[in-house]
Design a protein. Structure first.
Length: 143
C-alpha cells in the first residue's frame, strides 16, 4: 500500500517547500523566504541508513535571473503539476536544495502533493541538470 509520504517523495512530484535560493544562501540566509512549489528531481533511499536523500528544484512564475538556467514548463506539464492557473512557469536546473526527508525541518511529509510532472519532462530536467550538478556548487544543503 502506498502512503501519502511515499507518493510525496516520488520523482516528479510537485510539493510546497520553503526553498532557499542559492543567492540567498550565499548572502548568509538560512531560511527560505516563502513556501513555493518544488519538484522532486531525485529521491534516493540510502542503503546505509534507510533515509531518503532529496534533490528539490524550484518552480517559479518569474523568468530566471541572468545567473540561473531554467526550463520553461509546457502548458500540459503545468496542468499535471497542479499549476494550471499560472500563465508561465520555469524550473531552475542550475541549483537545488538538498534535504533528507526523515530529518528535515522544512519538509512536511503529511502534505498532499500539488501534482506530478510527466516522465518524459522529468528526463529532460535530469538531462539539463546533470552537467550543472557535476560542475559542483549547485547544491544548497538544507539538512
Amino acid at each position: 500500500m502506498t502512503t501519502r509520504r511515499d507518493e510525496l517523495l516520488r520523482v516528479g512530484t510537485v510539493l510546497d517547500y520553503p526553498y532557499l535560493w542559492k543567492r540567498e544562501f550565499l548572502s548568509g540566509e538560512t531560511e527560505g523566504r516563502k513556501d513555493r512549489p518544488v519538484c522532486v528531481l531525485t529521491a534516493i533511499v540510502s542503503p546505509k541508513d534507510g533515509q531518503t536523500h532529496l534533490a528539490l528544484l524550484a518552480i517559479s512564475s518569474q523568468p530566471p535571473h541572468r545567473d540561473q538556467q531554467a526550463i520553461e514548463i509546457p502548458e500540459t506539464e503545468c496542468r499535471r503539476a497542479g499549476l494550471a492557473d499560472w500563465k508561465k512557469a520555469w524550473i531552475t536546473v542550475s541549483e537545488y536544495n538538498y534535504d533528507i526527508a526523515e530529518k528535515s525541518y522544512y519538509l512536511d511529509t503529511a502534505q498532499a502533493p500539488i501534482g506530478r510532472l510527466g516522465k518524459r519532462f522529468m528526463q529532460r530536467l535530469a538531462n539539463a541538470a546533470a552537467p550543472l550538478f557535476r560542475q559542483g556548487g549547485a547544491r544548497v544543503d538544507r539538512r
